[in-house]
Design a protein around this ligand. Structure first.
Ligand SMILES: Nc1nc2c(c(=O)[nH]1)N[C@H]1C(S)=C(S)[C@@H](COP(=O)(O)OP(=O)(O)OC[C@H]3O[C@@H](n4cnc5c(=O)[nH]c(N)nc54)[C@H](O)[C@@H]3O)O[C@H]1N2
Ligand SMILES: Nc1nc2c(c(=O)[nH]1)N[C@H]1C(S)=C(S)[C@@H](COP(=O)(O)OP(=O)(O)OC[C@H]3O[C@@H](n4cnc5c(=O)[nH]c(N)nc54)[C@H](O)[C@@H]3O)O[C@H]1N2
Ligand code: SF4
Ligand SMILES: [Mo]
Length: 918
C-alpha cells in the first residue's frame, strides 16, 4: 500500500487527492484533508477517479503505442517512437521551408500541466517561429482573460475561496456551480448554513439546481447579461449605492460608462431580460448594500459573442460599488479546466506570451526572446481556435498538431471542423485515449500518459499552484506530453542544423524553474516558490515573489491596479443581442452545458459505468408547452436542426426550461450519439460566431427548430459485458451507429459493466446488421430465448445465464424494455417468469418496480426511493427543510458522502407539500 498526493484532473476547483495504490494498480482515492481547495472533499467525479484508472478497462481504450499512416487513405499502423517523431519532424521541415512557419498550427489544452504547456509554447513561438498555437481555453476562458485585462489590467482573479466565508452576498451569473464546481459549491452551502444572513442571487436562463437554491433567481433571457449588469448599476447609481470616493481615487472611465448606463432603466432592462422589475431592483440593492458581494461566473458569461462585455459589465459593477479588494468581495471567474490558469500563466494562447505578456507588445516579445535565447519571437498574430480550423480548411495551415483536446467533439460548427481535419495534409493527435472522435482523423497518434501517470504542476481558480504527482507508470509506450514535445523539438533542431538546444530539459522541475524565472517582476511573480516548497508546505497562491513568506490571498486591497495609470478602468459596455437571433424558421434558443457526473467528451468519465446513472442517455430538454405545441411526448425522438446541421435525439420536458428554450448537454458527441446524416452530436448545431475581443465562440446560443422525428422502427440491445470486454464492445459498436437514422450507445450498471445500444429508423434495419450487433452481446446460438413476429417486424431475443437475464435485444415493439432492464440490472431470477419473458405485451410482471434514475451515486440511491422517503417524511410533519433533508439523509444515506446530489435532494423535498412550511 502506497499513498500519493496529487490533484484532481477535472475541474478548476483543483481539489487535492490522496491516491492509494498497491504498486501495480490504483486502488482508491480520497480527498486530501490538508488541501486548501477542498479540505478532504471530493465530488462525484473526483471520488471515482480510481475507477477511470482500472487497467482492465483502460487497456481497451487507451492509446498504447504510436500509430502512423504515411499516405491518406491507408490504414494507420503501429510504429516506433523514433520513427514517428522523425517522420513528423521531416514533414514540419519541408512544409515550413515551402510555406513558412505559419503553415503549421498547434491546438492544445487547458488540461495540460504547466510544464507541458510551457514546452509546446516555446516549441511553436521560440523554435518554429509561429504564433499559431491556441488552446481549448479559447472556448472556455478567453473572455474572462480579456475581461480582467480590460478592466483590472491583468489576467488575475483578485479573490480566493476563503472569500465565501466573508461574503454576505453571493451573486452567481452564468454558472451552474452545483454541477460544474461542486466542491466549491459545498463551501457556499456551508457558509449559508453558518450565516443565515448570507444571500444568494443566481442569474441563469435555466432553473438549474444552483438556481433553485437561490434567495433570488433571475431567469434572464439568454444573452442579456450586459443589460442586467448595466441595469443593476443604473439602480445603484440612482439610489446612491456607488462608492464615489473609490471611483475617484482608483478608477478611470466612469463618466462614459455612466452616460451609457443612464439608458438602462429598470423598466427597459426588465423587459429586455424577461424578468420582473422588482427583482432587478432587489438584486441591485442587495448587491450595492452588501458589506461584501462576491460574484461567481463561468460559461454563461464567457461563451458568448459578447463574452468580454459580459465580464467587463460585471466587473464594472464591482468597481463602482467597491465590491473588490476586501475580504468577501470581488468578481470571481471560475476556471473550467484543471489548468486553465497555468496555461494563461505560460502564455498558452495565440495572442499571449510567457508570464501574462502580450504578443502584440514589442517590448514583451523582446523580453521573451531574451529569456529563451532566440533572436526574436514572431510578431504576426496567431490564429485563435476557430480561426485556426478555418485556416486549415482553407489550406493555409497544412499541419495541425492536436494535444489533449477533442475538437471533433467540442468545437462548434462540426461540419466545418471536420472538413478542416479532412483537408489538413497532416493531423497529429496526441491523446491518452484512442476512442475519441478526433483520433479517427489522425494521420499520427502519439500516445500520452494521463492522470495518475504524469507529474508537474497545475493552478486552480484561486491562483493556487498544486504539485501533480505520478502514481504509476503509463501504459504501453505512452509518454509524458512534455517529453514528446522535447523529443520532437530536438529532432527538429537537428534537422534544422541548429547548434545547441532550446530544450535541455530532463525533468519537469527544470521546465518549471525556467517558467518561474519568466515571471520575475510580473503580476504573477512566483520567484519565491519552488517544487520543494510546494511539496513541503503544500499548494501556494501567486503572486509569491522572492523573499515572500507566502502567496497573496487577495489582490488590489490597496486600490492600485496593474494598469499604466495604476487605476482600474471602467469599460463602456453596451448590450448586444446574441449573434443568431431566433426567427420564424428557427424559433427556439438552444443552449448547451454540463451534466453533473460527466466530463466533456467523456473519454474518461465515459469509461465508468456508474457515472451514467444520473443521466443515462443523450437527450434534449424542452419546455412542456413547446413540446405540447409540437405533439411531442416525453422520450419521443426529435430532429434538432440549426442552420449548420441536424441531430436526432429524444426530447424530455424539463421544468427548468422557459418556453422557447432548449438544452442539450455538451458531452454528447459522436462517440455516444450519432446517426446516418451528420450525426456529429451536440456541436453539429452550434455556431462559430465569436466575441470580437476574446474570439471565444458563442457555444451557449444557437437558433434551432425542433420537429418530431417519424422513426417508427425501434431497436434496443442491452447486456452485461465482462470487464475485459465492455469498453471494447462499446468502441466496436460506434461505427455501426452511423448505419441507423438515430443511434446512441452508453454504459449502465455499477459493480458490473452494462452496454446499451439504441437505434431508430423509418424502416426495419437489415437483419444481418442486427444479428451482428446482437452477436457482439452474445445473443446468438441455441440457448437464446426468442419471440419473432416477422409479419409485424417485432422481435424479442433474450440471453439467460445462471437463471438471470444477461442480454436482451428488442426490435419493432420495444415497450418491454423498461422492466426487462430492471430485471437485468437487479439480477432478479427469471425462472418463475417462464413464458412471460417472451409475451409480446409491454406490461411488467408483478413484483418489479422501476427504480428510476440514480440521484446519489455514492450510495446508489434512486429517484423513486428518494421520492417515497420524502413523501413519508413530510407526512410525519418534520418542521423545517433543513431537518427534512437531515432525516432523508439519515434514512437513505444519500448525499452524505460527496454531497454532489444534495441540491437535487433539496429539489425533491421542495416538491413535496410540506406541512407547516407553507
Ligand atoms: N460535471 C462537470 N463539471 C465541469 C465540467 C464538466 O465537463 N462536467 N467542465 C469544466 C469546465 S471546462 C468548465 S468551462 C466549467 C463550466 O461550468 P459552467 O459554466 O457553470 O457550466 P455550463 O453548464 O457550461 O454553463 C453554466 C450555465 O450557463 C447558463 N447560461 C446559458 N446562457 C446563458 C446566458 O446568456 N446568461 C447566463 N447568465 N447564463 C447562461 C446555462 O444555462 C448553464 O446553467 O465546468 C467545469 N466543471
Ligand atoms: N456545445 C458546447 N461545446 C463546448 C462547451 C459547451 O459548453 N457547449 N464547452 C467548451 C469548453 S468550456 C471546453 S473546456 C471544451 C472542452 O473540450 P475538450 O478539450 O475537447 O474536452 P475533453 O473531452 O476533456 O478533451 C480532452 C482530451 O484529452 C485527452 N487526455 C486526457 N488526459 C490527457 C493527457 O494527459 N494528455 C493528452 N495528450 N491527452 C489527454 C482526453 O482523453 C480527451 O480526449 O469544450 C467546449 N465545447
Ligand atoms: S470539484 Fe470535483 S471535479 Fe472539481 S476538482 Fe474537486 S473533485 Fe475534481
Ligand atoms: Mo471549459
Amino acid at each position: 500500500m502506497r499513498e500519493t498526493k496529487t490533484a484532481c484532473c477535472y475541474c478548476g476547483v483543483g481539489c487535492g487527492v490522496i491516491v492509494e495504490s498497491d504498486g501495480e494498480r490504483i486502488t482508491g482515492v480520497r480527498g486530501d484533508p490538508q488541501h486548501p481547495a477542498n479540505f478532504g472533499r471530493l465530488c462525484s467525479k473526483g471520488s471515482t477517479l480510481h475507477l477511470t484508472a482500472n487497467p482492465v478497462l483502460q487497456q481497451q481504450v487507451r492509446a498504447l503505442h504510436p500509430e502512423l499512416r504515411t499516405a491518406r487513405g491507408a490504414p494507420r499502423a503501429p510504429a516506433a517512437w523514433g520513427e514517428t517523431l522523425d517522420f513528423i519532424a521531416r514533414r514540419f521541415v519541408s512544409t515550413i521551408r515551402e510555406h513558412g512557419p505559419d503553415s503549421v498550427g498547434f491546438y492544445i489544452s487547458g488540461q495540460l500541466l504547466t510544464e507541458d504547456y510551457y514546452v509546446f509554447n516555446k516549441l511553436a513561438k521560440g523554435l518554429i517561429g509561429t504564433n499559431n498555437i491556441d488552446t481549448n481555453s479559447r472556448l472556455c476562458m478567453s473572455s474572462a482573460v480579456a475581461g480582467y485585462k480590460q478592466t483590472l489590467g491583468a489576467d488575475a482573479p483578485p479573490v480566493c475561496y476563503e472569500d465565501i466565508d466573508h461574503a454576505d452576498l453571493i451573486f452567481i451569473a452564468g454558472s451552474n456551480m452545483a454541477y460544474a464546481h461542486p466542491v466549491l459549491y459545498r463551501r457556499v452551502e456551508e457558509a449559508r448554513r453558518r450565516n443565515p444572513s448570507l444571500r444568494m442571487i443566481v442569474a441563469d436562463p435555466r432553473r438549474t439546481d444552483t438556481a433553485r437554491d437561490a434567495d433570488l433567481f433571475l431567469p434572464i433571457l439568454p444573452g442579456t447579461d450586459v443589460a442586467l449588469f448595466n441595469g443593476m448599476l443604473h439602480v445603484c447609481l440612482w439610489e446612491g449605492l456607488v462608492d464615489t470616493a473609490y471611483i475617484d481615487a482608483h478608477t478611470e472611465g466612469f463618466a462614459e460608462l455612466k452616460r451609457t448606463v443612464r439608458d438602462y432603466t429598470p423598466a427597459y432592462v426588465a423587459e429586455l431580460c424577461g424578468i420582473g422589475e422588482d427583482d432587478l431592483i432587489r438584486a441591485a440593492r442587495w448587491f450595492g448594500q452588501a458589506k461584501a458581494a462576491l460574484s461567481f461566473y463561468c460559461q454563461g458569461l464567457n461563451q458568448s459573442s459578447s463574452g468580454t462585455a459580459k465580464n467587463a459589465a460585471l466587473i464594472n459593477l464591482h468597481l463602482a460599488t467597491r465590491q473588490i479588494g476586501k475580504p468577501g468581495a470581488g468578481p470571481f471567474s471560475l476556471t473550467g479546466q484543471p489548468n486553465a490558469m497555468g496555461g494563461r500563466e505560460v502564455g498558452g494562447l495565440s495572442n499571449l506570451l510567457s508570464a501574462h505578456r502580450d504578443m502584440a507588445d514589442s517590448q514583451h516579445r523582446a523580453e521573451v526572446a531574451r529569456l529563451w535565447g532566440v533572436e526574436s519571437v514572431p510578431a504576426t498574430p496567431g490564429k485563435t481556435a476557430i480561426e485556426m480550423f478555418e485556416a486549415v480548411r482553407r489550406g493555409e495551415i497544412r499541419i495541425l498538431w492536436i494535444v489533449c483536446t477533442n475538437p471533433a467533439q467540442s468545437l462548434p460548427a462540426q461540419r466545418m471542423v471536420r472538413e478542416a481535419l479532412e483537408k489538413a495534409e497532416l493531423v497529429i493527435v496526441q491523446e491518452a485515449y484512442r476512442t475519441t472522435a478526433t483520433v479517427a482523423y489522425a494521420d499520427v497518434v502519439l500516445p500520452a500518459t494521463t492522470w495518475g501517470e504524469k507529474e508537474g504542476t497545475v493552478t486552480n481558480s484561486e491562483r493556487r499552484i498544486t504539485r501533480v504527482n505520478a502514481v504509476l507508470p503509463g501504459p504501453g509506450q505512452a509518454r509524458h506530453d512534455w517529453e514528446i514535445a522535447v523529443d520532437f523539438a530536438r529532432r527538429l533542431e537537428t534537422m534544422l542544423e541548429r547548434t545547441g538546444t532550446l530544450f535541455p530539459y530532463t525533468t519537469t522541475e527544470q521546465i518549471w524553474n525556467e517558467h518561474r524565472e519568466s515571471t520575475r517582476g510580473r503580476d504573477l511573480d512566483i520567484t519565491g516558490l519552488s517544487y520543494r516548497i510546494l511539496e513541503q508546505q503544500g499548494p501556494q497562491q501567486w503572486p509569491f515573489p522572492e523573499g515572500a513568506a507566502q502567496g497573496r490571498k487577495r489582490l488590489y486591497e490597496d486600490g492600485v491596479y496593474p494598469t499604466a495609470s495604476g487605476r482600474a478602468r471602467f469599460v463602456d459596455t453596451a448590450y448586444q443581442p446574441v449573434a443568431e437571433p431566433v426567427d420564424a424558421r428557427y424559433p427556439l434558443r438552444l443552449t448547451t452545458g454540463r451534466l453533473r457526473d460527466q466530463w466533456h467528451g467523456m473519454s474518461r468519465t465515459g469509461t465508468v459505468a456508474q457515472l451514467f446513472s444520473h443521466a443515462p442517455e443523450p437527450s434534449v430538454a424542452m419546455a412542456r408547452v413547446d413540446m405540447e405545441r409540437r405533439l411531442i411526448a416525453d422520450g419521443d425522438l426529435v430532429h434538432v436542426t440549426s442552420r449548420r446541421g441536424s441531430q436526432i435525439l429524444p426530447a424530455f420536458a424539463g421544468d427548468d426550461m422557459r418556453a422557447g428554450q432548449a438544452f442539450i448537454a455538451m458531452h454528447w458527441g459522436e462517440e455516444y450519439l450519432s446517426g446516418r446524416n451528420g450525426g456529429f452530436g451536440v456541436n453539429a448545431l452550434t455556431l462559430p460566431a465569436l466575441c470580437p475581443a476574446s474570439k471565444q465562440p458563442e457555444l451557449k446560443h444557437a437558433a434551432v427548430k425542433i420537429l418530431k422525428a417519424e422513426l417508427p422502427w425501434r431497436f434496443v440491445v442491452f447486456g452485461w459485458s465482462p470487464p475485459e470486454q465492455a469498453l471494447a464492445l462499446q468502441a466496436g459498436l460506434r461505427p455501426l451507429m452511423r448505419r441507423f437514422s438515430y443511434a446512441s450507445c452508453t454504459l449502465f450498471g455499477r459493480e458490473k459493466n452494462g452496454v446499451l445500444f439504441r437505434a431508430a429508423d423509418d424502416y426495419p434495419a437489415d437483419a444481418a446488421l442486427l444479428d451482428e450487433i446482437k452477436a457482439r452481446f452474445g445473443i446468438m446460438g441455441a440457448q437464446v430465448l426468442r419471440y419473432d413476429d416477422r409479419k409485424r417486424g417485432h422481435a424479442r431475443h433474450i440471453l439467460v445465464a445462471d437463471g438471470r437475464l444477461a442480454a436482451v435485444a428488442l426490435s419493432g415493439d420495444i415497450s418491454a424494455e423498461r422492466w426487462l432492464k430492471e430485471y437485468l440490472e437487479a439480477g432478479q431470477p427469471v425462472a418463475a417468469l417462464g413464458r412471460l419473458l417472451l409475451m409480446p405485451s409491454a406490461a411488467a410482471p408483478q413484483g418489479i418496480k422501476p427504480r428510476g434514475r440514480i440521484v446519489c451515486n455514492c450510495f446508489n440511491v434512486a429517484e423513486s426511493e428518494i421520492g417515497n422517503a420524502a413523501a413519508e417524511l413530510s407526512r410525519q410533519g418534520i418542521g423545517t427543510a433543513a431537518a427534512l433533508l437531515a432525516a432523508l439523509q439519515q434514512r437513505l444515506k444519500c448525499g452524505t458522502s460527496c454531497g454532489s446530489c444534495v441540491p437535487e435532494l433539496r429539489k425533491v423535498l421542495a416538491s413535496e407539500p410540506l406541512p407547516g412550511l407553507g
